[in-house]
Design a protein around this ligand. Structure first.
Ligand code: HEC
Ligand code: HEC
Length: 287
């Protein structure tokens, strides 16, 4: 190429790139409303956003990865933790995690009930923005009350979510698609994912209690005097825990309020009966 051709090439290439850039920018602008579900931005959602700014949640947290990296990203938090859990958590975070074990805590901010409700509506709106499924796997508070090292619990959860972990105590799983193997896969895949709140490692209590040994513990639960549910055997207890979490609530201030479990109550309607049976088969195998 001579000098003239080089110059022409430089201008033409810049021109094409600029046109493509302008075109894509304009295209994005026409789609913002649709991608952000603009029709769902109610006055309560807007108020929730103001509360978010008023209390500087962004000083510690991120939304869409933007903000400070002290505390977990909250982009999808309402899809992993139900509203009941978040409501109780925001009233008093210190009830949920132990500073000695977890080393960092969220301050109690004395939010009003209205502020909490609208904040959750705002976070729920955020969780439904179409951002191409970012983040690819949940960014959650894990290892809340683990005896011993935080690291191993975090590793366990990361492995479980990525599908690598074989839970301790599980019977060997037939590689053919038997109900136990299907249940184990569902434990990660259903929405909200069971692994977001439950570990199957011994003693690792997250937003929900560890399910290590639940197959055996279920029998003790229904035999105990304080049992309030209807189940007559271990499988029925596990099924009841999934379909009607509040039929019996596991003791612990961070698991329930006024007898209402913080576990989502949506599984009975969202899962097919055979999926629930597969989860029951998997959990019953943890002895
Ligand atoms: C000073 C830092 C700080 C501020 C400010 C803060 N948080 Fe947090 N938040 C944390 C930390 C740290 C955690 C992780 C859990 C823990 O160790 O207590 C957390 C966890 C959370 C969780 C997840 C709980 C779970 O179990 O998954 C939610 C939801 C949350 N914060 C919401 C908020 C909201 C809403 C605000 C603003 C009103 C806020 N946070 C302000 C530090 C903060
Ligand atoms: C948002 C957090 C959360 C999610 C998601 C969740 N759980 Fe729970 N789960 C809890 C809490 C909190 C408890 C303890 C209170 C109670 O008894 O309901 C619990 C209790 C249980 C129990 C009884 C445990 C015992 O020791 O008796 C079982 C079984 C269970 N969950 C299974 C599941 C399964 C299966 C899924 C997925 C389909 C799931 N959970 C999803 C929070 C959650």
């Amino acid at each position: 190429m001579n000098k003239k051709q080089t110059r022409f090439f430089a201008f033409a290439a810049s021109g094409v790139a600029a046109l493509a850039f302008i075109g894509m920018t304009l295209h994005s602008h026409t789609r913002f409303g649709e991608l952000t579900n603009a029709q769902n931005i109610t006055p309560a959602v807007v108020h929730g956003k103001d509360v978010w700014h008023k209390y500087n949640c962004i000083n510690c947290h991120t939304l869409f990865g933007e903000g400070a990296y002290y505390a977990p990203d909250l982009t999808k938090i309402t899809q992993h933790r139900g509203a009941a859990y978040l409501q109780a958590y925001m009233r008093d975070p210190s009830k949920f995690y132990d500073e000695n074990r977890h080393r960092r805590l969220m301050p109690k901010q004395d939010l009003s009930e209205q502020e909490i409700t609208d904040l959750i509506l705002f976070l729920d709106w955020v969780s439904k923005v179409d951002n191409q499924n970012w983040p690819p796997r949940p960014i959650l508070v894990v290892g809340a009350s683990i005896p011993g090292s935080d690291f191993s619990a975090q590793q366990q959860t990361a492995n479980a979510i990525q599908g690598g972990a074989q839970p301790p105590g599980a019977r060997p799983v037939n590689p053919d698609l038997n109900p136990i193997a299907l249940g184990q896969a569902l434990f990660r895949k259903v929405a909200p994912a069971c692994v977001a709140c439950h570990s199957v490692a011994d003693g690792v209590n997250m937003a929900g209690p560890s399910l290590a040994g639940i197959g055996a513990r279920a029998k003790e639960r229904i035999a105990a005097a304080e049992y309030t549910g209807q189940a007559k055997d271990a499988a029925a207890y596990i099924r009841e825990s999934i379909e009607k979490p509040s039929a019996y609530v596991v003791p612990g201030a961070m698991y329930s309020a006024n007898g209402q479990s913080f576990m989502p109550t949506t599984y009975a309607k969202d899962l097919k009966p055979e999926q629930i049976e597969q989860l029951v088969a998997y959990l019953s195998s943890l002895e």
